[in-house]
Design a protein around this ligand. Structure first.
Ligand SMILES: [Zn+2]
Length: 389
C-alpha cells in the first residue's frame, strides 16, 4: 500500500517530466501497471496514437491564416477568403475535440492508457471509472505568470471572432474587387500574429515535472485502487485508469471512450491537479474550451451534499473552468456521466499550472489528503445509492 504522495514523489521526482508520447510518459504507464500488479490486479495496457503537441494545431491554423494576407493582397482574394474560412472551421473543430485536417498535419507519437478493474463484493450494479492523466505539459510563456495567462486568455478569446472578422473583410474585398478592404483586417491580423508566436514559443519550452498536474491525480487513482482492493465496494465495479496525452488534447481519454463504447454510460470521475496550496477539494460544474461541457447533475448534487454535510473537507464547486479542458471532455461528449475534480483555489488560480515550479515540494499533502478523503466518501455514497441512469 503506497500513499498518493509516495506515488507523486515517484512520478514527479524519480521519473520527472513526462511529456505526452515521450519515453518518460511510457515509463509512468509501466509504473502504474506495476502498482496494479503488486496490488494483485491485472493491468490492461491500451496503446493509441496521439498528437505530440497541444499548440501545433493552433500554430498551423494561425500561421495559415496569416499566409492568406499576402495571397489576398497579391490578387488571390477568393482563394484567401476560402482558405481563411476553412482554417476557422478547422480551429472550431479542434477546439471541440473533433477530428479535422489540422490533425493530419500535426506530428504524431505513440502513447498508452493503463487500467485495472476492481470487482465489488456483490453483483455489479454500476461502474465507476477513476481517471487521472500521467503526462505533463510544457512550460510556455503563456502560463509563466498570472498576467501572461490573462493576456493569453484574452488573445485566444478574441482570436476566433477576429479571424471571422478578417474573413468577412476578405469576402467583401473579393465581392467588390477592392483590395483596400484588406487593410482593416491587418488589425485582427496582429492578434493572430501574437497567438501564432505564443503557440510556436510553447513547443520550444521544457516539460514540467508535473507534481501537481498531474502526479496528484494519477497517484490518487493508484492509491485509491490499492485501497479499494483491500476495502472493496458492495455493488460498484471500479476501473482505475491512468491515461496518456491529456495535455495535448485529451487523446488518451478519447481513445478510452472510443474503445469502451460498450460500457454504456459509466460514471467517469476525473482527478486532475489536486495538490495546490490553498486549494480544493474543488469539483467542476462545467468546463468550457469553446462549447460548455457540463458535469452530471446528479453527481454534482451528491458532491454538493457531501461538501455540506462534511465541512471538514472544505470542498466547493466551481461553476465554469474556462479556456481549458480535462479528460472529462471526450467522456461528456460521449454521454458518459462525468464529475471532474480540479483543485482551483477559491480565487480561480490553479497553483503552478504549467510552470517550472510544479514540483513535489510545492504540492500540499494536506490538500491531497482532504481531496482523497472527499473522493473516498463520494465512492462510498455512490455505492450505497445505486445510480442507474
Ligand atoms: Zn492536467
Amino acid at each position: 500500500m503506497t500513499s498518493t504522495m509516495e506515488h507523486v514523489a515517484y512520478l514527479s521526482k524519480h521519473i520527472g517530466p513526462r511529456g505526452s508520447t515521450t519515453d518518460a510518459e511510457r515509463e509512468a504507464a509501466e509504473y502504474a501497471a506495476r502498482v496494479f500488479r503488486e496490488a494483485g490486479l491485472e493491468p490492461h495496457v491500451e496503446p493509441f496514437i496521439s498528437a505530440t503537441s497541444a499548440w501545433r494545431p493552433f500554430a498551423i491554423a494561425t500561421g495559415g491564416m496569416l499566409l492568406m494576407f499576402p495571397i489576398f493582397f497579391l490578387g488571390g482574394r477568393w482563394i484567401a477568403t476560402a482558405g481563411l474560412f476553412l482554417l476557422v472551421l478547422c480551429t472550431v473543430m479542434e477546439l471541440t475535440f473533433t477530428p479535422n485536417p489540422l490533425r493530419w498535419l500535426v506530428p504524431k507519437g505513440r502513447s498508452q492508457n493503463v487500467y485495472a478493474i476492481l470487482s465489488p463484493v456483490g453483483p455489479v450494479r454500476q461502474r465507476v471509472i477513476l481517471c487521472g492523466h500521467l503526462d505533463t505539459h510544457r512550460t510556455p510563456w503563456a502560463f509563466s505568470s498570472l498576467r501572461a495567462l490573462a493576456i493569453y486568455r484574452t488573445l485566444v478569446t478574441l482570436g476566433l471572432p477576429g479571424a471571422v472578422g478578417i474573413g468577412a473583410l476578405f469576402l467583401t474585398g473579393a465581392i467588390t474587387g477592392n483590395p483596400t478592404w484588406g487593410l482593416p483586417a491587418l488589425l485582427p491580423g496582429l492578434l493572430l500574429t501574437a497567438v501564432f508566436a505564443m503557440a510556436i514559443q510553447a513547443d520550444f519550452t521544457p516539460y514540467t515535472h508535473g507534481a501537481n498536474d498531474n502526479a496528484t491525480g494519477a497517484g490518487m487513482v493508484l492509491a485509491l485502487a490499492e485501497r479499494i482492493r483491500r476495502e472493496p465496494l458492495q455493488h460498484t465495479e471500479v476501473w482505475a485508469l491512468c491515461t496518456g496525452c491529456e495535455e495535448v488534447g485529451a487523446y488518451g481519454a478519447a481513445a478510452f471512450v472510443r474503445g469502451h463504447a460498450d460500457l454504456g454510460q459509466p460514471i467517469f470521475i476525473v482527478l486532475d491537479t489536486l495538490g495546490g496550496p490553498g486549494s480544493g477539494p474543488c469539483y467542476l460544474a462545467q468546463e468550457t474550451m469553446l462549447l460548455p461541457l457540463r458535469s452530471d447533475p446528479k453527481l454534482l448534487a451528491l458532491a454538493d451534499r457531501i461538501a455540506r454535510s462534511h465541512p471538514e473537507f472544505g470542498a466547493y464547486r466551481w461553476s465554469n473552468f474556462r479556456g481549458a479542458y480535462t479528460d472529462g471532455a471526450p467522456a461528456i461528449r460521449a454521454g458518459w456521466r462525468v464529475l471532474t475534480f480540479v483543485n482551483l483555489r477559491p480565487d480561480g488560480v490553479l497553483p503552478h499550472w504549467h510552470q517550472p515550479s510544479d514540483v513535489y515540494e510545492n504540492v500540499d499533502p494536506e490538500v491531497v489528503a482532504r481531496t482523497e478523503a472527499f473522493v473516498w466518501r463520494l465512492l462510498q455514497e455512490m455505492d450505497r445509492t445505486v445510480w442507474e441512469s
